[in-house]
Design a protein around this ligand. Sequence first.
Ligand SMILES: *Cc1c(COP(=O)(O)O)cnc(C)c1O
Length: 468
Amino acid sequence: MTNADFRKHAHALVDKMADFLEEIDSYPVKSTLEPKAVLDQLPALAPAAAESMADIIADFDQIIMPGMTHWQHPRFFAYFPANSSYPSLLAEMLTATLGAQCMIWDTSPAAAELEERMMEWLGSMLGLPQTFTGVIQDTASTATLCALLCARERVSHNRINEQGFYGMKQLRVYASSQTHSSIEKGVKIAGFGRENFVAVAVDEQLRLDPNALKAAILKDLANGFLPCCVVSTVGTTGTTAIDPGKAIADICSEFNIWLHIDAAFAGSALILPEYRWMIEGVEQADSFVFNPHKWLFTNFDCTAYFVKDVDALLRTFSILPEYLKTDHQNSVKNYRDWGIPLGRRFRALKLWFVIRSYGIEGLQERLRAHIQMAIDLEEKIASHPDFEIIAPRTLNAIFFALKDEEVDKANSRSEQLMKALNATGKVYFSHTKAHGRYIIRMVIGQTYVQQKDVDLAWQLIQECAKTL
Ligand SMILES: *Cc1c(COP(=O)(O)O)cnc(C)c1O
């Protein structure tokens, strides 16, 4: 392909991208394809001879598009969003064009320094302590793994990195029973052993119970275990419950345990001062993670990971082979030492575009609008005779089910309702289970969602419920 060809196709594709986003409403939200439908259309072997871009794009339209679930659809209410935006897309185009691998400062000084500044911007936008330093990671799962590894090295005085686990007491990691699966996965990967993940009981509102945490720690100490890390969740994946940060932080301080805060989804709401209560005690934490790629209009992937003690991070991860030594290594940030992979994408660029293009006020306005739509709909659902709210709303996510005198019936009817709704192609919900109930989860955080989309969803919910 020549530069002239590239220009031609790129112009055509930009039009296609803009058309798609303009008409996204008319696509089914969730792909309805059966397993292997796409695979069966793809040749078993790669083509020996070159194919034309026209053919490749035609196949994209025919084979790939029907197999896509549209995360940017305004009525994608499932999971937590991965919301994108126009400024973020523009930056991703430039990032792809530059194709830089930003492992060290020398391999693109602008990428390293923009990342440093973007993390400062985010830290202050969220009201994090000024003593925290940030770095971009690919996902919250990776950031949490980094936290677990740093906690492991702190408690073992950097011994495990050097000598392995031999002769160590068993290290324990605590989080609520509602915590994200990435914590347990991190515990497995970091070598703690899954049995050393302690799932702590929660209260009625599905928040970690600090008394249960303290009891678990005391019991472990009595049994010769070594408490290593507590993960406190701000916005659980199931029901956006907020663990009691201050009480947990005090327990961690008392026993000198690493405190990691997982605010992967809800962290974005900290740009609203009225939600800062969610991170009470944050100055006592050792690390904090949130995903701008969930609810801050920044294309997946972009995770912001903040730590109190940068040296602890560098001690855990840095390694300096001859080929990576540079003139400036002591005066600049070489982010390869701030996490797991050596190679790094230039992710700071999209944050810069997004934050500048919306402005803090623009971002706040969007988030408040999402939350208000959730408040209004939750009221309607709560006052409808056929429905009930099962878990309280904290932000922009609501948790409801069909009412029935018998719990089993309520559960099976709610499940049927969700499946019927998703089958319409007009909306997409996910579910969770808690309090013995099947709960339909509706998260209102998409870039393009408007009141009319929420109204349409509510109308469909009522209509579908009648036909069950
Ligand atoms: C989404 C989520 C994660 C995982 O995020 P990834 O970036 O996909 O790894 C972790 N914790 C919580 C609370 C989440 O909501």
